[in-house]
Structures are given as C-alpha cells and as structure tokens.
Design a protein around this ligand. Structure first.
Ligand code: LMR
Length: 394
C-alpha cells in the first residue's frame, strides 16, 4: 500500500517554518508564519488566557464529551463577539471546529453537500490553504482581482469587474479583515458594494475572519462583515481564535452560517454538527472553554481587549518604523504602503529571487510570494531588515 507513496509537499508557509527551524545561523529573522511575537521575539500565552485556564482548571470536574457542535456557551459567546447585535442570533447556525482552518474546511464540506456545482471565488492572491482545501474537496474555484501591486492597495475596479461573473449560489470568499497575504482591507463602501452584488446575483458571501482585532479594533474590524450580514439573507463564516487569543496550538475555531430564518438555522446547525461527527466527532474543548470564560467575565474581557490592543499597536508601530527606515535609506516613499496596510501581513513586492536572496544572504525569512509578518520585527531587527530590503530590492 505504501511502497509507491510520495509524500505531498507541505504548502509554502509550512515549508518555510521547517527551513527556519533548520537554519543554524545566529540573528536569523522569522517574518514567515502568521504568529504574533513580542518585541522580545516571544509568543507568550496571554494573561487573560492564563487566568481563564486557571479558572477552568480549578472548576472543571469532568473531561467527558461535550457536544458535537462544542459547548453552547462558546457558540453564544462567539456569536456575540463576531456579530454583536447586527443580526438576530437565532438566524446564526454554528459549530466549534479545530481552528480557523477547520472552520473553512467544515463550511466548504457543507457547501460540497448542498451545492456541489457552486464555484468558490477567491481573491488573487489569498492564503494558500483556501485554494488547497477547495481543490481537495473537488469544488470549482475562480480568482477575482484584489491587490494592485502598483498602488499597494485594492484593485477595486478589477475586483468588481471579475465578480460580475458570479452565478447564483456561487460563494465569494472574502477576508473579514487584515487580508492574508496583502494587508489590504475592504472599506465599508466595498462591503456594501459586495452586499449589493450578492443581492442582485444570488451569490453567497463567505467571510474568513482569522484576525479580528489585529487591524483597527474589534468593532472596527467586524464592521464590514456585520454590515454585509445585515444586507444578505445568507452568509457563511469561518472564524479563528488562534491569533487574537493567541491559542494557536489549542485549535479554536467556529464555522457559522447566517440563515434566512430560525428554522433554517436550526437545521443548518444540525448539519454542521453532523459534519463534525463525520470528520473528527467532537471539536477540541480546552481552548474554546478559555475563550468562553474570558468573554463571559467582564474583568477578563477587559484584560484580553487591553492585551489585544497592545499587540495591534505593536504591529502598527513596527509597520511605521520599517516604512520610515526604508524611506530614510532609500530616499523614496515606495515602501510607504507598509504603514497603510493592516494586521500582520504585507506583500513586500519582492521577486522570488529577491526573497531567496533575503533568506540566503541575510537570514531574513519571508513567504515566497514576499509576504512579510510585521509582528516578527523587533526594534533591533528593523534597521537590519530595512538595510537588507533596500540592498536586495535596489
Ligand atoms: C499564516 O497564514 O501564516 C497562518 O494563518 C498560519 C497558517 O496556518 O497558515
């Protein structure tokens, strides 16, 4: 059975993690995988999470199974966090999943069963796991233009021109905020235009919300998705707590569907729970319980929001410092877009050869498409990275 097997290549992000680990040079700089780091280069457990875990440890008296969709308290807390009062929560079907990737997978599994003929429209570029999961499930996919490399901003006209080709029942996959890999977000007007397009064509928006709170703030980052939810009859959502709660390895995510009414939401919730059963049975509980504990306690919520604010502001400060240093060295504002982008990522605009040169000659690790995780910068590495980028990119 296994004699002729060739292991599939891991995707580019996972390959890069491996290469970084194996690099023995001092002073190597990891701007690859999307993990938050402090100025000291650490990815600590958030204080609010530690406190919640302690509470869980003290009070939890069983590790028995919970429910196929995860704990009802977690689902309710996440509905509140993501949607506040933008839509009646009874219209939201939800199930816990192993991380945001698990949520993307479970949402697409449901689409595969309900409308296998649907095409999933993805932004060019997007996070590599989007096309990977879509093609793994055998769904059709098409790209819509998104990033304008010349301006470092949104190719608004190209995006709407491409999306004019959607058919009824197609999915339009959009990033809720902090677009991965470009760092370019939709404005509220863009979200409104997307809602109008969905209403006129019958396409269904699918929002991947992996970085809530990393852009401009929780409410600001959720505003577009909430606006859209108030406009359309149906919507799909995959959300992650990996980044904003720092719960990467605990795998905390949620798959959701906004349905036309309460009855449809109950049936859809049942479908999501059933799909969990087919794939992994019960979603992980530990991290989800920490999230639920934080969101259910005003003091812990304040502490978490404060820590999230610090992370967000740290990343923004890194962006501004790097853009300023590049402007100082190059005497041009060609890298000014770095300060205008939001979240962890920006596309630097380097070629594959330049990305390799940065890695091989300077020990600076960027994803192959030149995606840079700005959270990986520190006050010490910013001048070194800026110098290397200026040298390599001319
Ligand atoms: C990333 O884009 O680097 C992260 O979302 C990690 C991952 O799973 O790819």
């Amino acid at each position: 059975m296994f004699e002729t097997l060739t292991a599939p290549q891991p995707d580019k992000i996972i390959q890069l993690m491996q290469m970084f680990r194996e690099d023995t040079r001092d002073g190597k700089v990891d701007l690859g995988v999307g993990v938050y780091k402090t100025p000291e280069g650490k990815t600590p457990v958030m204080k609010a999470v530690k406190a919640a875990e302690e509470l869980v440890w003290q009070t939890q008296d069983s590790k028995g199974y919970v429910a196929l969709a995860g704990d009802a308290g977690y689902l309710a807390a996440m509905k509140g966090l993501l949607f506040a009062d933008a839509v009646p929560h009874a219209r939201l079907a939800a199930a816990g999943t192993p991380g945001g990737t698990g949520a993307v997978r479970q949402v697409l599994e449901m689409v595969k069963r309900l409308t296998p003929e649907a095409t999933v429209w993805i932004s060019a570029p997007t996070w590599p796991n989007h096309p990977a999961i879509i093609s793994y499930l055998g769904l059709a996919t098409r790209e819509y233009r998104y990033y304008d490399a010349d301006s470092g901003g949104l190719d608004r006209a190209g995006m709407m021109e491409d999306l004019a080709g959607v058919q009824k029942g197609d999915l339009i996959l959009v990033h809720g905020c902090c677009h991965n890999p470009t760092g370019v977000d939709l404005t509220l007007d863009d979200w409104r235009a997307l809602g109008e397009l969905c209403l006129s064509t019958g396409a269904i928006p699918f929002v991947d919300m992996a970085y809530l709170g990393f852009g401009q703030g929780i409410e600001e980052d959720a505003a577009g998705m909430r606006l859209l939810a108030g406009m359309v009859p149906e919507m799909l959502i995959a959300a992650s707590c990996s980044k904003n709660f720092g719960l990467y390895r605990d795998r905390v995510g949620i798959a959701m569907a906004l349905c036309g009414d309460e009855k449809a939401a109950a049936a859809t919730g049942g479908m999501l729970a059933w799909l969990n059963r087919q794939n992994f049975a019960f979603p992980p509980d530990h991290g989800a319980r920490a999230v639920q504990t934080i969101l259910g306690d005003a003091g812990l919520t304040d502490l978490w929001r404060e820590e999230l604010r610090e992370m967000r502001e740290g990343m923004q400060a890194n962006r501004e410092a790097l853009a300023a240093e590049l402007q100082r060295i190059t005497g041009s504002d060609r890298f000014a877009f770095l300060a205008a982008h939001r979240g962890m990522f920006s596309l630097l605009g380097a070629s594959l050869e330049q990305v390799e040169q940065l890695r091989e000659e300077h020990g600076i690790y960027l994803v192959f498409d030149s995606r840079m995780n700005v959270a990986g910068l520190t006050p010490e590495t910013i001048p070194l990275v800026a110098k290397a980028v200026a040298e390599v990119m001319g």
